[in-house]
Structure formats: structure tokens, C-alpha cells
Design a protein around this ligand. Structure first.
Ligand SMILES: Nc1ncnc2c1ncn2[C@@H]1O[C@H](COP(=O)(O)OP(=O)(O)OP(=O)(O)O)[C@@H](O)[C@H]1O
Length: 556
């Protein structure tokens, strides 16, 4: 799925933008004037973000690079701009028959970036499509190729017309996710095939003169799992965003005076050579993102979801929300509920007066949908001013929908890295954004798991809670609530004979009744008349019990 380039947010909150943009210009970074003009005039990018200002010169210098930066800070352009810069400078001009120069996982952004340089051709091979069509595209020539690992390896092994002898850059965007998806072996095979494993001399002589193959590895959630990929693909990389960690220059050699065995020493050395250390496994999130959780019992989840969505869309005319669910079936069910649920807002029960509970458009996205349907949802949600997207984790990574203000995680994501990418669909490029995680009371320990990765959430002041707080804070209010609770139960008990079979006081859950009066607990100090009612209730219950026993024994 492609990324989209948005214009810089004119009204983005200053606190979000503070520290996001660098004080230099794209030209200061050494990018070609035509490219700088294109970035500014056609894409409305006035200045580079800090991560771009750090990474672009490194990528242009030919060094390997490892980048960890928060979601929505412009990592894509950080590697793509230098690639396009170097390709458009090439003399003689890049031709389609020269084949592929860079592999990376983003297509839409590349299309916009090369607009002024028509001789540079981006393309993709991502699976889910006819292999013959992909082969035909590769035969014609693609200068910048976006690929999924499996499909790329397949073409490297089986498509004779795929020219990659000029390959100069290999970019692993969302490196940790590629590994989590089980593509570790495919990546190793790709690097082997391209002769780009460190320690192995380049097998394919590069027609770009003395240019070295350059590998770049990026993510907002680089964790220790990427160490193996980093070790086999990067040689003396420049590390960006990992500054509080040990730099590679600190790497130590083997200590021959050590009392440890060779195996133990090797293990320690292996750990010391790690690029990303376990104890610094925290993730990068946009500073302006507001993160909260709401504690909801399982039975109230759907009601709370509907209430929150309703209030979000009533609060603001234009509102874009992504709701994450754990499975495709759940997405289908909730998408239907959210898009079709009707209600009568007043007391008018006349069918004609019914209207949609949520008036905005609702889209869905998951892996079991046809490619065409997915594309439609993706483009539809992207272009709406006010809409909901119900999705599985398929939308969690890399997708750049403009103006998403709210992320709801109806089901927990599991891995903390997935949490970070889900919430990263909002608060992009300095915009404001909020995220809400649904947790059942028994799931609250998950918060500690997130804390271990430097992710902290506060509790969402859901209406019910603030009502309870309001009642509890004022003594007078509390008395009113208690009295109201007692008289309500009394009135319930006082239904006349026949109706008692319907309004059965013994079936009431008094704790729930108390909550309906804004009381956290059922009042224990109640008036005399209520005590009488309770005694009556107990008596009735007692009278009932032997009857049941009698019935049971008579059945035997
Ligand atoms: N210098 C810039 N000025 C204004 N907008 C920019 C700039 N660079 C990138 N953008 C825009 O910022 C948004 C986020 O960029 P991008 O998708 O590259 O972020 P990212 O860091 O890769 O995020 P993620 O980790 O979620 O994939 C995009 O809409 C992009 O067009």
C-alpha cells in the first residue's frame, strides 16, 4: 500500500512542531536546486525535519545508516530525497535498461518526488498480483523498486530480465516489522544474492563507478531483534536517534587476559557488538501525542465505543478516527454496526423518524479484502474530511492518512512496538493527536508492559467516572444520591401484588442500582424504613428457597 504526501499542517500546534523542524533549508543539506524547488513549490515542504537534516547528508555521503525516529517525523523522505538527488545527478542519465538502483518499501511518495525527473522510474513488486505483470514491469526497467521481501527474492531467483547489477541502495524501512513477519531468512537470502552481506565482497560490479553499495535501516521501534539484520547488512553505520546508546566505535575487542571461557567471552563480545541494546529498548513517540486508556468491563465495551464515537463526532465538525481491532471478522461486524446502526434520537419511535447513529462515513480495512476493495477504502478514508476507519493491524504501520485526530485501540495490540505504530497514525508531522486504549479491568497489567518501553498512559475521564467523582466530592450531593437510591429501592419494592412478578426487587443488583445514582458503592448506612424493606426482601427470599427445594424433591 502506498504512502501519501501531505502538505505541511498550517494550523499544526506549535508545541508539536517545536523541535520537529530543523533551522536549515533543504539546499543547506546539499540537495540539488531543482529537487529543493520541487519540494518547496510542488510538495509545500518548507524546511527539513530534524531527522531529515541529520540523515540526508549521511545518506548522501555513501555511509551505511541506522535510524530510530518517532512515527510521522518524515523518515521516508530522509532516505528517498538523497536517492533521487544522486540518481538525477547521474551522467549519462539513468535509463530504464540500467535496472534497479534502490529497493525500498514506499511507492506513492516516490512517484511525487520524481515528478520533475521523468527518466527516474519508480515501481513495485508486492505479491498479491500477477507474477507475469511484475516480470513485464521489471523487464521494462524500474529505477526505484518497492518490494516485499518474499516477492523480491522470488524475482531475484527467477526473473532473468531483472537487472540489479547497478543496485546502489537497499533500504529496510520498518526493519523490525519485516523480521517480526518472519522474513528474516528471506532478507538474509536477498543480501546473499545481491552480494551485500557485510564481509562478502560485492559480486556484482557496479556500473556507477567506485560507488559503494549502501544499506539503510530505519524504524520508530528499532529493538534488539534487529541486531542480527544490522550486523549482517551494515558496515560501520552512522547511528541516528540512538545517541544515548553505545556507539559502534565503543565496540571492544576480545580480552585475552580474561578468566572467562572462549564461549562466554564470545557471547559477551556478541552482546557488546549489538547496535541496539536491550536495556534501551524504549520506543519513539511524537511528543504532542496524548495517550490514554479507558477501563471497561467486557460487557460494556461496545456501548462505550459507541458513546465515545458519538461524542467525538458531536464535538467536532471534521473528525477522523481509526479504530483498531484484532481480527478481520471483528472488523466486518463492527464496520456493519457502526455504518448501519439506526436510532430514534428523541422519544419518537416512529420508523420514519429513525436516523443513523453515526452520520459520518465508515470504512474498513483488513487482509481478507480484495486488493481493489482495500484500495477503495484506503483512498476513500484518505480523502474524507470526517470519517471512521475500522481496521486490523494492516493499517498500523507506515500508512500516512492526513488529518487523523484520534486512534482507538478497541482490542489490545499485543507487542508494545505494534502499539507505537498504531498510535503513530495520528499526531504526524507536528499535528495534534489523541489515542485511547480499551482495557478490561483484568488487563490493566498491560500498562506496565508498555511502561517498560517508555510508553505511559493516563486514565481517560469517561463520563461515568466523572459523574461518580462529582457525587463523591460533595457531601450534600452524596446525601442526595443516597436518599434517592433508598427511596428508589423502596418504590421498586412497593409495586402492587401482580406487578411484583415483573418488578422483582430480589432480582435487582443493588450495586448496579447504586452506580446508576453515581454512587461507587451500595450505601451501607441507610434509613430505618429501608432496613425494613431489606428485611422484607430477605424474608421473601427465604420463603422462596424451601419452595424450590420442595419442587426439586417432588421431581425426584
Ligand atoms: N519536511 C517536511 N515538511 C512537511 N511535511 C513533511 C516533511 N517531510 C515529510 N512530511 C510529511 O510528513 C508525513 C509523515 O512522513 P513519513 O510518512 O515519512 O513519516 P515516518 O517517520 O516514516 O512515519 P512512520 O514511522 O509512521 O512510517 C507525510 O505526510 C509526509 O509527506
Amino acid at each position: 500500500m502506498s504512502k501519501k504526501l501531505g502538505k505541511p499542517p498550517a494550523a499544526a500546534k506549535e508545541e508539536g512542531r517545536e523541535g520537529l523542524f530543523a533551522s536549515c533549508s533543504f539546499a543547506d543539506l546539499g540537495l540539488h536546486p531543482t529537487l529543493c524547488a520541487h519540494l518547496q513549490d510542488k510538495m509545500s515542504f518548507q524546511a527539513p525535519t530534524r531527522i531529515q537534516a541529520e540523515a540526508i547528508p549521511v545518506a548522501m555521503s555513501g555511509q551505511h545508516m541506522l535510524v530510530k525516529a518517532a512515527t510521522g517525523t518524515g523518515k521516508t523522505l530522509a532516505y528517498l530525497a538523497p536517492i533521487v538527488h544522486l540518481l538525477q545527478m547521474r551522467e549519462p542519465r539513468v535509463e530504464r535498461t540500467d535496472g534497479t538502483f534502490g529497493d525500498y518499501l514506499v511507492y506513492g511518495i516516490a512517484q511525487q518526488l520524481v515528478h520533475r525527473f521523468h527518466w527516474i522510474v519508480p515501481g513495485y513488486v508486492m505479491g498479491g498480483e500477477n507474477r507475469a505483470k511484475e516480470k513485464a514491469r521489471l523487464r521494462k526497467g524500474i529505477s526505484i523498486l518497492i518490494a516485499t521481501p518474499g516477492r523480491l527474492l522470488d524475482h531475484l531467483q527467477h526473473t532473468a530480465s531483472f537487472v540489479y547489477s547497478n543496485l546502489r541502495w537497499i533500504v529496510f524501512d520498518e526493519a523490525d516489522s519485516i523480521l517480526e513477519l518472519g522474513f528474516g531468512k528471506a532478507l538474509e537470502d536477498i543480501l546473499e544474492h545481491l552480494g551485500s552481506r557485510s564481509g562478502v565482497p560485492d559480486q556484482n560490479k557496479n556500473k556507477m563507478g567506485n560507488m559503494q553499495r549502501q544499506n539503510l535501516l530505519l524504524s520508530a521501534t528499532l529493538n534488539e531483534k534487529v541486531n542480527r539484520l544490522a550486523k549482517i547488512s551494515l558496515k560501520n553505520p552512522v547511528m541516528i536517534g540512538l545517541d544515548d546508546q553505545k556507539k559502534q566505535s565503543n565496540m571492544l575487542g576480545k580480552n585475552h587476559t580474561s578468566l572467562l571461557s572462549d564461549d562466554e567471552e564470545d557471547e559477551i563480545l556478541e552482546k557488546k557488538n549489538d547496535f541496539v541494546e536491550h536495556e534501551h529498548d524504549d520506543y519513539k513517540l511524537p511528543a504532542q501525542l496524548v495517550q490514554r486508556y479507558v477501563k471497561v468491563s467486557c460487557g460494556s465495551r461496545l456501548t462505550v465505543l459507541l458513546t465515545i464515537l458519538k461524542s467525538l463526532f458531536e464535538r467536532q465538525v471534521s473528525q477522523k478516527v481509526v479504530v483498531f481491532m484484532s481480527t478481520c471478522d471483528s472488523v466486518d461486524f463492527h464496520h456493519t454496526i457502526l455504518s448501519q446502526l439506526e436510532w430514534s434520537p428523541g422519544l419518537q419511535l416512529d420508523m420514519d423518524k429513525k436516523q443513523k447513529f453515526l452520520s459520518c462515513k465508515v470504512f474498513r480495512l483488513h487482509g481478507n479484502m480484495e486488493q481493489e476493495e482495500r484500495k477503495k477504502s484506503f483512498l476513500g478514508f484518505g480523502s474524507e474530511k470526517s470519517a471512521i476507519l475500522v481496521s486490523t493491524d494492516i493499517a498500523a504501520r507506515g500508512l500516512d492518512f492526513p488529518k487523523v485526530k484520534y486512534i482507538i485501540q478497541y482490542d489490545s495490540p499485543g507487542e508494545a512496538s505494534e502499539y507505537v505504530h498504531r498510535v503513530g497514525r495520528t499526531a504526524r508531522i507536528g499535528e495534534k493527536g489523541e489515542a485511547l486504549l480499551f482495557l478490561q479491568p483484568v488487563e490493566l497489567d498491560y500498562l506496565q508492559d508498555l511502561e517498560r518501553h517508555g510508553v505511559s498512559l493516563t486514565e481517560y475521564p469517561f463520563q461515568k467516572r466523572s459523574l461518580e467523582g462529582f457525587v463523591a466530592a460533595e457531601a450534600e450531593m452524596k446525601k442526595l444520591a443516597r436518599d434517592a437510591f433508598c427511596s428508589w429501592v423502596r418504590a421498586y419494592t412497593a409495586h402492587r401484588g401482580e406487578l411484583k412478578k415483573i418488578f422483582m426487587v430480589k432480582k435487582l443488583h443493588l450495586g448496579h442500582v447504586a452506580r446508576s445514582f453515581g454512587l461507587k458503592e451500595q450505601p451501607s448506612l441507610v434509613g430505618r424504613s429501608h432496613q425494613v424493606q431489606l428485611k422484607k426482601r430477605k424474608k421473601e427470599q427465604k420463603r422462596e428457597r424451601p419452595t424450590k427445594k420442595r419442587k426439586l424433591s417432588s421431581k425426584k
